[in-house]
Design a protein around this ligand. Structure first.
Ligand code: SAM
Length: 332
C-alpha cells in the first residue's frame, strides 16, 4: 500500500489546499505517512490515531526520523474511544481506512463518529466522498473456481462437486491471489453501474438502503460468470482528484500491482438463480447464459446492521417481472 505512489499523491493533492494552519486528525494513521504529509503541508497540529500498538511504535519512529515530533502527536486507540477537549477538535479529518469493498473496514462509521465528536462543525473530510460500482463479467477461467470441468478429470463425471461452488458471497481477488486485469479471457458483459454513493462529510450508515435493484442489459451473447465490485473515492466536492480500484485503471500502471494486492476487487460468482432454485441437491452450478440485449436485474443487499458489505443476486428481468419482482430501494 505504501508503494502505491498514486494513492499517496492523491492524499497529498487532496490535503494540499486545506491543511495549512489547520488542526488535522488522521484516523487509522498506520505508518504515519498521511500525518507526515499534513505536517509537511503546514498543518498547525496533527493528531495521529492508530489502534495497532505495533504500528504506533513504527509511526512514532517515522515521525521522529522525519523531524515532525513537534507537530504530530500519536494516540494509541480506536478513534471511537478518543475524547478531545473543545479547543483540540479538528478542522480537517483525513483517513485511509478503505477496504477491498469501499466501506468494508468500517470507514464510514469511523468518519461519522469523528465528525460528530472529534472535529469542529463543518470540518473538511478527506476523502470527501466515494462510490461503489458493479459490473457483470464472463471469464471461463473464473468459472473453474470450485466447478469441475469434465475434460480435466480423465472424463470422469465429477460435476456434483460443483454444487459446493459459493455463488452467495463476495470474495476478494487478492485473497485468491490473482489480478483481475490479467485474466486472459475476461469479457465485460454489462455496463459498470454505480450502486452506492457516500458523502464522507455528511453520510452515515442510516443513509445506505438495505436493498437496491438495478436493470442491466447484456452487452453480448455468452455466460455471465461473476459480478465485479470496485470503487472510486474523490478528494473534494469537485472531485478534483480520484483513486479507483477499477481493474482497467490498475492495469499497466507502475503502482497497479501494489493497489491490486492491497485492495483489488470484490467478486461474486454467478449461477442462474431461477434454474438453481428448481434444481436438485448436488447439481452443478447452472450457467447464466444470456443473449445480447437481454434485460437483467441485479439486486444488491447490504449487510445489516453495519452496511459495510453486500451481496448480489442476478436474475432475468423476464422471469422476475413475471413474478412481479419490483424495483426496490427500501431505505433503512
Ligand atoms: C490502511 S492502514 C493505514 C494506512 C495509513 N493511513 C496510510 O495511509 O499509509 C489502516 C490502519 O488503520 C487502523 N485503523 C482502522 N480503523 C481505525 C480506527 N477507527 N481507529 C484507529 N485506527 C484504526 C488499522 O489498525 C491500520 O493500521
Amino acid at each position: 500500500m505504501l508503494n502505491d505512489s498514486h494513492r499517496n499523491q492523491f492524499y497529498w493533492d487532496a490535503m494540499e489546499p486545506f491543511v495549512t494552519g489547520k488542526r488535522v486528525i488522521d484516523i487509522g494513521a498506520g505508518s504515519g505517512l498521511l500525518s507526515l504529509m499534513a505536517a509537511k503541508l503546514g498543518a498547525e497540529s496533527v493528531l495521529a490515531i492508530e489502534a495497532s500498538k505495533d504500528m504506533v511504535a513504527l509511526a512514532q519512529l517515522n515521525i521522529t526520523r522525519n523531524d515532525q515530533s513537534d507537530v504530530i502527536r500519536i494516540i494509541h486507540d480506536m478513534s471511537s474511544n478518543v475524547k478531545l477537549k473543545e479547543e483540540e477538535k479538528a478542522d480537517v479529518i483525513v483517513s485511509e481506512t478503505l477496504g477491498a469493498l469501499m466501506l468494508g473496514e468500517g470507514t464510514l462509521d469511523y468518519m461519522a463518529d469523528a465528525r460528530k465528536r472529534l472535529a469542529k462543525p463543518g470540518a473538511r473530510v478527506i476523502p470527501a466522498g466515494g462510490a461503489q460500482f458493479a459490473m457483470l463479467i464472463a471469464s471461463p477461467s473464473l468459472a473453474q473456481v470450485s466447478s469441475v470441468q469434465s475434460d480435466c478429470c480423465k472424463g470422469f463425471d465429477l460435476s456434483a462437486i460443483g454444487s459446493l461452488q459459493d455463488t452467495g458471497n463476495i470474495f476478494f481477488t487478492k485473497q485468491w491471489g490473482f489480478r483481475l486485469n490479467l485474466l486472459p479471457d475476461l469479457v465485460e458483459m454489462s455496463e459498470r453501474i454505480q450502486f452506492l454513493e457516500v458523502d464522507f462529510q455528511k453520510s452515515d450508515r442510516q443513509h445506505i438502503p438495505s436493498t437496491k435493484t438495478f436493470r442491466l442489459t447484456a452487452l453480448k451473447d455468452g455466460v455471465i460468470h461473476a459480478v465485479v465490485a470496485s470503487w472510486e473515492v474523490w478528494s473534494d466536492e469537485e472531485r478534483t482528484h480520484k483513486i479507483t480500484t477499477h481493474p482497467e485503471d490498475t492495469r499497466g500502471a507502475p503502482w497497479g500491482f501494489s493497489r491490486d494486492m492491497q485492495w483489488g476487487q470484490g467478486l461474486q460468482l454467478v449461477e442462474d438463480f431461477d434454474l438453481a432454485c428448481k434444481s436438485e441437491r448436488n447439481t452443478p452450478p447452472a450457467p447464466f447464459e444470456v443473449k445480447k440485449g437481454e434485460e437483467l436485474l441485479l439486486t444488491v443487499r447490504f449487510s445489516v446492521p453495519c452496511k459495510q458489505t453486500f451481496q448480489f443476486t442476478l436474475r432475468r428481468a423476464s422471469v422476475a417481472d413475471a413474478k412481479d419482482v419490483r424495483f426496490t430501494d427500501k431505505g433503512q
